[in-house]
Design a protein around this ligand. Structure first.
Ligand code: PAF
Length: 293
């Protein structure tokens, strides 16, 4: 994972209309430039900048979208409290080498005539986040497919903190036969291990300390995975997690391809996924316990 670095000497262009963005992208394509895309919901942090840095090492032109997509929130309070910091976002994007920043309105993303694609996600959307946030992945598929239709990137970059989202988007790309590469990037963490998330902006300093139980639980599970079955590792992790003050929503070890829970046997890439509440703030995280073969 490349460290986040500042890329000076680039001019950030801020665009809010689909047609203007398409024109800029068409000109870049005519010059033979490859296009890297980082979709975000704003409240940008170092994790996003790591994605932008990675995109800028692999592509000639970097586009970042900032759009809080209402259709992926199943809870209106969550949507209302989702942090929105457009000025600070634009500053960061300027500093870290984004070329085109796209801040669309709802009607630009969802024009009246737009029809959301139907995609068979083969059950990837029904477990974990899908179970606790019904309709969430329908909204993610809706917005990401629309953004891909607008940007037509060569590569799109997503953080693995949203492990299930990456699996869902890869499946969507396969099902819709889209000509682009999904680049899954390692989760960016604070020095103490807290996964970077826009939602962390809503945590107090003491809550940030309390939330470290998440990474401690995941790290201990990685050690346990060498000695115990998935079922035993899960039970030990739940016990470990409950020594802290956070409220667990789910903790499970899944097959990375099917996202089905593992109980008796390990598979390469087996990943522990957690969702929990720290006060009012819902956090998710995950760690691969068994190396990919
Ligand atoms: O991961 C996110 O921030 C969002 O789910 C995404 C991919 C930008 C779609 O709104």
């Amino acid at each position: 994972m490349p460290a986040c670095f500042e890329r000076k000497g680039r001019n950030l262009e801020i665009i809010d209309k689909v047609e203007v963005l398409k024109q800029a992208l068409n000109s870049a394509r005519k010059e033979g430039k490859s296009i890297g895309f980082v979709p975000t919901m704003g409240a940008l942090h170092q994790g996003h900048m790591d994605l932008v840095s990675r995109a800028s090492t692999e592509c000639d032109l970097v586009v970042v979208s900032v759009f809080v997509n209402p259709t992926q929130f199943n809870n209106s309070a969550d949507l209302k409290h989702y942090p929105r910091t457009p000025e600070a976002d634009a500053e960061l994007l300027k500093k870290f080498g984004c070329d085109l920043a796209f801040f669309p309105s709802n009607t630009e993303i969802y024009p009246e005539n737009w029809v959301s694609p139907r995609v068979d996600l083969d059950g990837l959307d029904l477990v974990m986040e899908g179970k606790f946030r019904p309709g969430h992945f329908k909204g993610v598929v809706e917005v990401v497919s629309r953004l891909f239709e607008i940007v037509e990137p060569d590569k799109a970059f997503f953080g693995l903190k949203d492990f299930q989202q990456v699996a869902v988007i890869k499946k969507m790309v396969e099902e819709l036969n889209l000509p682009l590469e999904i680049v899954a990037c390692e989760t960016s963490r604070t020095e103490k291990g807290l996964a970077m998330s826009s939602r962390n902006k809503r945590l107090s300093e003491s809550q940030k300390e309390e939330a470290l139980i998440i990474f401690r639980t995941l790290s201990q599970a990685k050690v346990d995975a060498g000695k115990f079955s998935p079922k035993e590792t899960t039970a030990r992790a739940i016990e470990n997690f409950e020594t802290g003050s956070l409220k667990l929503e789910y903790l499970t070890i899944v097959n990375p391809d099917t996202l089905q829970e593992l109980t008796d046997n390990w598979v390469p890439g087996a990943t522990m996924c957690i969702a929990c509440f720290c006060g009012e703030v819902r956090l998710i995280d995950n760690l691969t316990l068994i190396p990919n073969s």
